[in-house]
Design a binder for this molecule. Sequence first.
Ligand code: UD1
Ligand code: CA
Length: 456
Amino acid sequence: MESCAVLILAAGQGTRMRSSLAKVLHPLAGRPLLGHILHTVRQLLPERLVVVVGHQAERVQAAFPDEGILWVFQPEQLGTAHAVSCALPDLAGQQGELLILSGDTPLIELTMLKSLLQWHRQHKNGVTVVSTKLDNPAGYGRIVRDSAGLLQRIVEEKDASAVEKALTEVNSGIYCVDLLRLPHWLQQISANNAQREYYLPDLLALAVREKCAGVVFHEEALSLSGVNDRQQLAVLEKLLRDRLVAQWQSRGVTFIDPSSCWLASDVLIGQDTVIEPNVILGSETVIGEECWIGPFCEIRSSQIGSGCRIKGFCHLEGAVLDGNNEIGPYARLRPGTVLAETARVGNFCELKKAHIGEGSKINHLSYIGDTTMGRNVNVGAGTITCNYDGQHKHKTIIEDSVFIGSDTQLVAPVRIGERAVIGAGTTVTKEVPAEALAVSRTAQTHIAHWHKKRPQ
Ligand code: UD1
Ligand code: CA
């Protein structure tokens, strides 16, 4: 399909959100509203991609540092038609169609945009708008048709008569416009209305006069929903979650209770992975095949290789599991944790900046930080790497096949040579040579007949 130019309007504050954050930066499934639209329109490979910003312009731009966006500044938000006028200089020299979208309708689909373009081209329209039907059309512009059903104009809610307010066919805010005729129409739009704003929907009435306006009706209203307040944001969050779950189900992922899980839109999940109830999978997370994610786990910015079992109530952030690992329940893996294949971490263990070698086990109640651990190490219950002296962090190195007894402190910086054994209750403060036994506790003594000698 021939390409087009795309213009996204994102200058408004979003007053109804009641937020100090610009509306288009509010996240939905872990990605800003505007990010969803950019993600969709990029798939059209537009010849030019222009975004109009105004409110918190710098912050919005900074959120999308990727190349390929022409940013246009609208100093005052005088209305959607004014926003488009501000972008005209950046569209100069561009011919053909311009798709105009709002930054606050994040769930629009590529197929819908393609059929809009196709319809517009087939009918050789000057302007085509996408409409839908809503049971509750409050807040939207209404599509006004004549008795023969032909489009006349769009009226905004605040300017509508009681009869017009009862109309349920609404303007989606998505338009396809002939770029050559656009400037001439924009000049004719005035702010003579209830909101004293330049309304972009007024384009339709102008094009109707020139017999080149069209409407494409889109059945699936939810994907055209705009986010104007927090209730609408929550409705779309749920809708998108259902879409994402369905997408992963169709690729062979089981969700035991889909409605209790939440996943970011960029998460990837491998086939035959099973996800138990109440799981959160945050942005930048990749899960391999045949994994089992137990209930109440929260996993963010992490890579989970295939065949992993993550038992209930684990918390992972910035962790990498190479594959066939078993962790939890109640394990906390902080940024910089890397588990080589088959390494295991059990209950009530915290790991941070720790590389754990293949087959090593840290099964109970331990803190391992700033550590490099070799293969087949056994870490006993209650082992602590004392990595912080109050000012600096220090490293612990544990070589292959070391055995660490329970209730042990490893005061960093320190190295434990391969196959060394650390006796239970030991505080290690200096390097342990390979194959040695390190014990620092005092020898056990007995006082005979203590039972009788004890004061009663
Ligand atoms: C708009 C339409 C309405 C339609 C609805 C669909 C107008 C006048 N009304 O209403 O017919 O049913 O969308 O969702 O267009 N913006 C700017 N600069 C401005 C004003 C707005 O960039 O000066 C941007 C906003 O940031 C937003 C988009 O344009 O992303 C739409 O503006 P908004 O105020 O949300 O319009 P609605 O009241 O929803
Ligand atoms: Ca809106």
